[in-house]
Design a protein around this ligand. Structure first.
Ligand code: HEC
Ligand code: HEC
Length: 386
């Protein structure tokens, strides 16, 4: 692999697209889909069913076509393999590989287990058994080291819940630590310059955000810009020389969260239920973990620094046909800017990739032109060039 290709492949993984798809399959992805309710799993208006868009769907019938790639990424992460483990390159519809056929049986098995044993709740997924390996282990491992005295008590991240403050108090403390409601609400735009680091590469990035919930980032690669954008309703991903890819479902929901300049003051109204889950370590900090449930959407976990009160981690989940894909964002390097504290470094990690953005320059309440958030004409609708 030459450097340029590695870079494109790396960015593709970061953008949630699969580099392996370069040719044929990308062309199948419809560009006409307009997802409505952000974060709503299940079919969206205009979203085709998997079997209508793909050639050989036998088990995942009725699943929205836009969920096939996220679902495949979920399988890939659960088994710790690549797409090629089950697929012939460039011909995903073919059943030439035994693993693909086994995977179909496994899906049926998983659905049956959940239907028969867990009242239809998706408790068991591919990951429950596979744990990142193609060959699940059925036999417990032997003890590899002498037991340490006192070990065992600290297991399972147990914490003294009695002393934990309530979820509302933690959010109030966060809002206060971040500058207070008035200062936060005063921010109407944010322009950031910095670098994005992934897989040994470091590239310049520009991020523009403005109220309400609009955000676009440009990662400057030698061959052009990688774009991640959300305009309040629609989200899209662009790579040089590739058709635009629309965001769907929980991707849109995530983009809306990232674009919200007033997330801190919106947190309480986002959730139908909030629960403090005790404490966990995030890096060298102790943090309170708050689990938030949202009606019709996947839950979100928030980690508040026990001392400073600031948000140090957010974990959200992308829905797929077989299970949830987590995205973990760690926020660090909080700095003062116009009376608010904003994280100038964050690391976004998924099962299949991670990157860190370090911001070097922030400007707020500067004009950011509407035209920045206009979606480019949809090339994906056209027949792909052969
Ligand atoms: C463990 C096996 C496995 C892995 C790994 C896997 N897939 Fe699949 N894939 C399947 C199975 C099984 C189906 C068919 C599902 C069905 O019949 O409902 C499928 C179907 C597909 C289809 C639909 C093809 C068509 O036209 O019918 C695409 C596209 C696809 N996979 C892409 C991918 C990509 C991209 C990856 C890597 C990110 C991947 N798959 C990884 C098992 C796998
Ligand atoms: C209840 C546990 C369980 C669940 C859930 C499960 N698997 Fe498996 N899977 C196994 C076991 C056990 C084996 C290995 C059998 C063996 O070693 O021959 C296996 C084997 C496989 C293999 C063949 C691997 C190889 O190297 O031969 C594939 C592919 C696979 N599973 C895919 C999946 C997918 C995809 C899912 C989710 C839809 C899934 N499995 C869910 C238990 C599970």
């Amino acid at each position: 692999m030459n450097r340029k290709w590695t870079l494109v492949a790396g960015m593709a993984v970061l953008l949630g697209a699969c580099a392996f798809l370069a040719g044929g399959v990308k062309a199948q992805s419809s560009g006409t889909l307009h997802a409505a309710a952000p974060g709503m799993p299940g079919p969206q208006p205009g979203d085709k069913k998997a079997e209508e868009q793909f050639k050989n769907i036998q088990v995942l019938k009725g699943v929205p076509a836009s969920q096939i790639f996220p679902t495949m990424q979920f399988i890939t992460a659960s088994l710790g393999v690549e797409c090629e483990f089950c697929h012939v390159e460039g011909a995903f519809e073919k059943d030439d590989k035994k693993n693909k056929q086994t995977a179909r049986k496994m899906m049926e098995m998983m659905f049956t287990i959940n239907a028969d044993t867990f009242e239809g709740h998706r408790e068991v997924t591919c990951y429950s058994c596979h744990r990142g390996s193609a060959e699940p282990v059925a036999i417990p491992a032997v003890m590899m080291e002498d037991p340490k005295p006192g070990a065992g008590e600290a297991k399972r991240g147990a914490s003294k819940e009695s002393a934990a403050p309530g979820a509302d108090a933690l959010i109030d403390k966060y809002v206060q630590a971040a500058g207070g409601t008035a200062a936060i609400e005063k921010i109407t735009s944010r322009v950031m310059k910095g670098t994005i680091d992934f897989g040994g590469h470091s590239l310049p990035i520009d991020i523009y955000a403005r109220d309400p919930e609009k955000r676009i980032s440009f990662t400057h690669m030698p061959e052009g810009d990688n774009v991640t954008a959300f305009n309040g309703q629609e989200g899209w991903l662009g790579m040089p020389g590739r058709p635009l890819r629309e965001m769907h479902g929980s991707e849109l929901d995530a983009a809306a969260i990232d674009a919200d300049l007033h997330l801190a003051t919106h947190l309480k109204q986002m959730f139908s239920e909030l629960q403090v889950k005790g404490t966990e370590r995030v890096g060298d900090r102790e943090a309170y973990v708050v689990a938030g449930q949202r009606a019709g959407k996947t839950p979100i976990r928030l980690y508040f620094d026990a001392q400073t009160g600031l948000l140090v981690r957010l974990v959200r989940f992308g829905d797929t046909a077989l299970g949830w894909m987590p995205t973990q964002i760690d926020y660090a390097d909080y700095r003062d800017a116009d009376g608010v504290k904003i994280p100038c470094r964050w690391t976004l990690a998924r099962p299949n990739g991670r990157f860190t953005i370090q911001v070097s320059e922030v400007k707020q309440n500067v004009p950011v032109d509407e035209s920045k958030f206009v979606k480019p004409a949809q090339e994906a609708q056209k027949e792909p060039a052969k």
